[in-house]
Structures are given as C-alpha cells and as structure tokens.
Design a protein around this ligand. Sequence first.
Ligand SMILES: [Zn+2]
Ligand SMILES: [Zn+2]
Length: 172
Amino acid sequence: MLSFLLAQTTTEDSDVFQGVRDFFDSQTWDVIKNVVLFFAIAFWLATAYWVYKDARRRIDDPWLIAIAVALGIFPPFLGPIIYLFFRPPEYLDDIRERELEIKAMEDSIGRKERCPVCRATIDEGYLACPICTTKLKDSCRRCHRSLEPLWQICPYCETPVDAPRAVESGNH
Ligand SMILES: [Zn+2]
Ligand SMILES: [Zn+2]
C-alpha cells in the first residue's frame, strides 16, 4: 500500500516535472524567452539613449558626456539610476538664459536712467520727461544741449552755466 502510494506520488511528481520540462523545452517557452529578452535589450538601449540625450542638455564637457553615456550602458538599468543621482540639476539652456537675463538687467541698470517721477526710461540728453513732462535738466543757453546739474560751464560751447534760478531770484 505504502509502496503503491509512494510509486503513485513519484509518478505524479515526475509527471509534473515532465510537464514543466516539456513546457520549458517547448517552442512557446522559446518565443516567450526571446520576447522578454528583446524587450529587456530594447529597454536597456532606450535608457542608455535617454542618458545620452539628457547628459547633452545638462553637461558641456564632451568627456563627462561620454562617461555619463558609459554609465547609462553599464551596468544596465542601474547605471541610468546612478546617473540620475549625479547629473547637474539644471539644463545648459536655462543657465545660459539666466546669465543673459542677468546681463541684460545689469546693462539696463548701468545705462538706462529713469524719470524720478514716473519711472519712464529716459535718455541721457533729455531735458524733460516725455511722459510726465517733469523737467529733468537745464539746457545750455547758447547751444541748448542738456547740462548735468554739477556742471559750471557748458562742455560743448564753453558758455558759463547760469546760476541756479532760486539764488538768482533771491538776488533780484
Ligand atoms: Zn516722467
Ligand atoms: Zn553750450
């Protein structure tokens, strides 16, 4: 009885194993294996390519890009994750854009004057603000060019600058 049961189990076991072995030997398994392998390789190449594209947008140095791509290829799948930890946080385009913005801002601060009343941009030679008509500078009484407040003589035609009107009117 026992031996019979044992024999039975063994037979069943071997049947199951035989079935499993048949399955793994079958063409279906080959196809599944190939499909899985194909997708694994495709995904591996896609991640490596993604690392290449991302590194090019973030890194300036071609050697560092090459190292990043090598890391993207090997170790497969793990390399791109390691790359994610160490990649530069900003895109090169963003850095360049920010630098340009800062430069433009510095330029505008350095060069452009503004009306003290309405903050409109004004040119160095303006005598009055064109927007709010505030008087900005006096003009030379001979050549009519604009004069800086501290100037005592017109640098263009050597005409002495008038004394400030408040003092003048006080004298009269
Ligand atoms: Zn103004
Ligand atoms: Zn003048």
